[in-house]
Design a protein around this ligand. Structure first.
Ligand code: FE2
Length: 145
């Protein structure tokens, strides 16, 4: 069974962002599936995740700049991304020495951070981008804000 599941509560209405979020979830699930294997394998999945996340954050940051999202909101969002990249780097350097417990710690961080970030920070970003660009957000996507 998948560890985390992308669903409508993650929806931003920004097609490329949504596609990449789904892919990120798939990578986390891949990491979960690889955790019982050798440390080497875990390291590879973490590297893939690190590469993917860097490209993904660049996309979001470009969308915010292009839409003229409030500078303070952009700064906050960029700071959140930087914390994540830093944390992932630490895990890559120190924690993934092949133990399943270490992998569980990484997975707990990834699932917690990504879920929270996508459902709140990215969806707020999307709401502001839609408002500024005059694009349509699906009517029920921000129901829980
Ligand atoms: Fe983000």
């Amino acid at each position: 069974m998948a560890l985390i599941q992308w669903g409508v509560d993650c929806y931003t209405g920004l097609p490329e962002v949504d596609r990449q979020h789904e892919e990120l979830y798939a990578l986390v699930n891949r990491l979960d599936a690889a955790k019982a294997g050798r440390g080497e394998m875990l390291g590879r999945v973490l590297d893939d995740l690190g590469d993917y996340v860097r490209d993904h954050f660049e996309l979001e940051e470009k969308l915010m700049r292009d839409a003229g999202v409030d500078a303070a909101h952009q700064d906050e969002h960029l700071a959140a991304h930087a914390v994540f990249v830093e944390r992932l780097g630490e895990f890559r350097r120190h924690s993934v020495a092949g133990s399943e417990a270490a992998a569980d710690e990484v997975l707990a961080f990834l699932t917690g951070w990504l879920t929270q970030h996508i459902q709140w920070t990215d969806r707020k970003m999307a709401m502001e981008i839609h408002a500024r660009m005059g694009t349509e957000a699906p009517h029920n996507m921000f129901a829980h804000f």
